[in-house]
Design a protein around this ligand. Structure first.
Ligand code: MF3
Ligand code: CO
Ligand code: CO
Length: 278
């Protein structure tokens, strides 16, 4: 029966691999910095994607890990270089002919593959003026991620992450999407373990995982202004909130160090330490 926890394949990175994770993480972070001035009313999400695609290949000399990515046999391969999720789109928004307008919020999620290793990160952008509660949604989502990152060190429990996120999100009156998780990352885009963003219990399918030096994983909470329920559009990629209210997400790729955590995808615009020691 289920006495033994499910065996997970969690890779611990060697010093040489860690260096490559740093390089990939920094490249992914620079994509989000580079695109910022282009995020203005009138530009289409496809135009943004093309700029990032070109930059990833010709400036970073890396590849988009999203392009052609397969979720499973029931999905067509992912058709763009990045995911751009506007307003009620929770994640995996496919760049297209939609023109940004004043009052939009959007998440840009970039995953680069450089020298065999992945860097995965996303942030929100606000176009012009949005209602205070929507601005708060973005701020609180970033704070959820930051508080979760602060729990990570060798000996901590992966479940502390969900608890930290839940505390911040619920205090502000927002809800947490449960269908999508953070993930281990390295030479694989999505490695084990899954990182749940809400309070969760230890069981066969969700064994307790103690954080160890050399692990790399993402934390990428998706937080909704309204109800937590989501809708997957006609079996396709795009996921929206069921109530069509706005949703936000932030994501960083992390490395567990000997005494804390290093944020591999930190950007210049962030007021958060790259290295936290415990
Ligand atoms: N970057 C997403 C993540 O954080 C995954 C995107 S897969 C894609 O895990 F195919 F939609 F690009
Ligand atoms: Co990710
Ligand atoms: Co991502």
């Amino acid at each position: 029966m289920f006495e033994q926890p499910r065996q997970l394949n969690i890779t611990l990175k060697s010093p040489a691999e860690i260096e490559k994770m740093r390089v990939a993480g920094a490249a992914a972070a620079r994509v989000l910095e580079m695109i910022e001035p282009y995020v203005k009313p009138g530009i289409t999400t496809k135009e943004l994607d093309d700029i990032m695609d070109d930059y990833i290949e010709n400036v970073e000399h890396a590849k988009s890990a999203d392009k052609g990515y397969k979720l499973g046999d029931n999905y067509p391969p992912y058709p763009a270089a990045t995911c751009i999720s506007v307003n009620e789109v929770v994640c995996h928004g496919i760049p297209g002919s939609y023109k940004l307008k004043d009052g939009d919020i959007l998440n840009i999620d970039v995953t680069v593959l450089k020298d065999g290793y992945h860097g995965d990160t996303s942030r929100m952008y606000i176009v012009g003026h949005v209602p205070p509660r929507v601005e708060e949604l973005c701020k609180v989502t970033q704070q959820c991620m930051y508080e979760a990152i602060k729990t990570v060190h060798p000996g901590s429990n992966i479940r502390d992450i969900g608890d930290a996120i839940e505390k911040v999100a619920h205090k502000a009156g927002f809800t947490i999407v449960e269908e999508y998780c953070g993930h281990g990352i390295g030479s694989g885009f999505h490695e084990e373990p899954s990182i749940l963003h809400y309070h969760n219990y230890n069981n066969y399918f969700n064994p307790s995982i103690i954080v160890q030096e050399g692990m790399c994983f993402t934390i990428e909470p998706m937080i909704n202004l309204g109800k937590k329920k989501i809708k997957q559009k006609n079996g396709g990629w795009t996921v929206t909130t069921a109530d069509k209210k706005p949703t936000a997400q932030y994501e960083h790729t992390l490395l567990v160090t000997s005494n804390g955590v290093e944020v591999l995808t930190l950007r210049k615009d962030e007021d958060f330490p790259r290295i936290i020691t415990h």
